[in-house]
Design a binder for this molecule. Sequence first.
Ligand code: FE2
Length: 426
Amino acid sequence: MKLNLKLYLAGIYSLFLSMLFLIWNGIDIKQIVEMIGFVFLMVLFNSEIVRDLQSNVYFLIVLPFFMPAIVYLDPFYAMVFMSVSAIIIFHKLIWYKKLFNISIFGIGILVSSLIFQYLYPDINGNVPIFNSGFFLAIVLLAYLNTLLNNVFIFIVVSLEKGKFDVNNFISLISSTKSAFITVFLGLINVILFYYLNLIGVAIFTFLVYFIKPALQYRQIFDNELSTYTNFVLHVLKQMDPITHTHSERVKFWTVLLATKMELPQSEIRQLSQAASWHDIGKIEVPIEIIDKPWKLTQEEYEIIKSHPERGYQLVKDMHFFKKFLPVIRHHHEKYDGTGYPLGLKGEQIPLHARIMAITDAFDAMTADRSYRMGMSMKDAVDELLRYSGTQFDAKIVSIFVEALQDEYGENYEKFDKKILMNLNVS
Ligand SMILES: [Fe+2]
């Protein structure tokens, strides 16, 4: 483990322990009972972490359970409650990761609960609970809590990688909106606790037991979807291995280029998936035309040229493909407007399609086919440069060339085509 990472972890642990020590103000049996009650109910609820596959962010569906703790428990007990819960939730992790999670969740809940106590010092008195300021404070606290946790995690991940990526930070901040998914459940729990104490939370537990499948629906749906799409990809591989292997290599080049462009991780992932589907329209083109070793007739060429539009028409109504549609439809557009199907020009062509136009053409030039050898990387780069600004977006071409030189040397001497051609054999 790197020294700065060790120091960061040690800092978080000591911050947690000193906060715990500083805010302890004696034993309060009533709060201990309530805290144990909360933990017991949380275990009953079988807390789980939900991973949102779209944004790749984890959030806790037990957040609603912490809300009454933030609002009604003494900050010390709220913090202990949160930490005990974290021990249970993260029991499988290695000790220093467990301790890290216990600390950041504890610190998060302490900050939230101190702010709440400051805003509503006499919460157990007659605070009008259906007050809009009260609701707003709860929403903000849930948000703050998630934000704090994510910032702590961002720092640890960056220290581990040895690099702070601003784009990742921005996508992390925007992902904290997931806190709102559970905040309204939390409000229900707060109200139930206000009127019925732990019995209210028990009722809430019972309710959530039925709601949980709906909360996890997206995760289940995404898992199913990726199974189905893998299945479709497998079928395509069997039906048209040429297009499949081409797509796998395009994926490889696209990830290389998108990474060099410093696009956010989520966008790189999207582009990588888009590469698998960019030629989906070719399933409507006879395989004899796709792999024809000699010159195509005009009619055959027209059929090949129809594949972006065919692909678009085929999948345009399927939600899963929505984000890949610009690539599927426009990866044969040319920067000067002479491409197809729509003859879009310059920045009218979606960015992802301009990227894929380059990596797609690059693979078509370099890959070996059964009837011909592909070009050398140097020759293919020369071709890209020749058509840079006319067929391709010049800025993206120059980034791609830089990425290739970073990877394979000034004259691409480290490039081994055999590795590339075997990329897809899996
Ligand atoms: Fe294509």
